[in-house]
Design a protein around this ligand. Structure first.
Ligand SMILES: CC(C)(COP(=O)(O)OP(=O)(O)OC[C@H]1O[C@@H](n2cnc3c(N)ncnc32)[C@H](O)[C@@H]1OP(=O)(O)O)[C@@H](O)C(=O)NCCC(=O)NCCS
Length: 175
């Protein structure tokens, strides 16, 4: 099943496309926005476009990516699911906005739309987010969405040779 378009009060979440590279680059090319990502900021538009091409090559059943677009048509950022496991009815979310869109409730609204979609349309029971303990914005966002902090996973990610420990956040349907 292809990635479905989701409409929220102020936003449209639609499948990301290769011509979203310039919009995504405002986030992916920004070292501050990418500080807690599991790979470094890209060094040019072509590298950002390469990530989009790679995502579009994935089976949307286990990895889906939405562009977050405002009512005026501006590309604000992206939200994705990955590691979707049917047999466990579980997936993991990732989220990033261009800095110009931070702290306006954009990701709260986008992620709520995606969480509802995962529970209702994708038959998911558990949603996970792995978050760096220093990533205050992302932790606060997860808490606002109802995720529960479940523990620290030591050396969970390796970014440019450096291991990072990550917190597991979980959201269980109906709990
Ligand atoms: C994490 C991120 C997506 C949050 O998006 P956002 O749209 O700015 O978040 P919202 O405005 O919906 O805010 C959600 C909550 O987080 C809080 N928050 C957001 N940014 C914050 C910050 N820099 N410091 C402290 N709290 C912050 C908000 O106050 C709100 O909580 P509240 O309702 O209790 O006040 C955004 O900061 C981002 O793109 N960061 C870089 C990418 C990243 O780290 N992704 C996650 C990797 S795990």
């Amino acid at each position: 099943m292809p990635v479905a378009t989701i409409i929220t009060e102020r936003l449209t979440l639609r499948p990301i496309a290769e011509n979203d590279a310039a919009g995504l680059h405002a986030a992916y090319g920004d070292p501050l926005a990418m500080r807690f990502w599991d790979y470094p900021a890209t060094d040019g538009l072509e590298a950002t476009a390469g990530h989009i091409r790679r995502w579009l090559g994935h089976d949307p059943h286990w990895h889906g990516v939405w562009a977050i677009v405002t009512r005026t048509g501006a590309f604000a950022g992206m939200i994705n699911y990955h590691h979707r496991e049917d047999w466990n009815r579980r997936l993991e979310l990732g989220w990033i906005l261009a800095p110009a869109f931070w702290r306006r409730g954009v990701m709260t609204e986008a992620a709520r739309g995606v969480v509802d979609h995962c529970f209702a349309a994708l038959d998911v029971h558990r949603i996970e987010a792995t978050i760096d303990p220093d990533n205050v914005a992302s932790r606060r966002l997860a808490e606002r969405l109802g995720f529960r902090e479940e523990g620290l996973m030591r050396d969970r990610a390796c970014v440019e040779g450096e291991f990072r420990s990550l917190l597991m956040y979980g959201l269980v349907k109906g709990a």
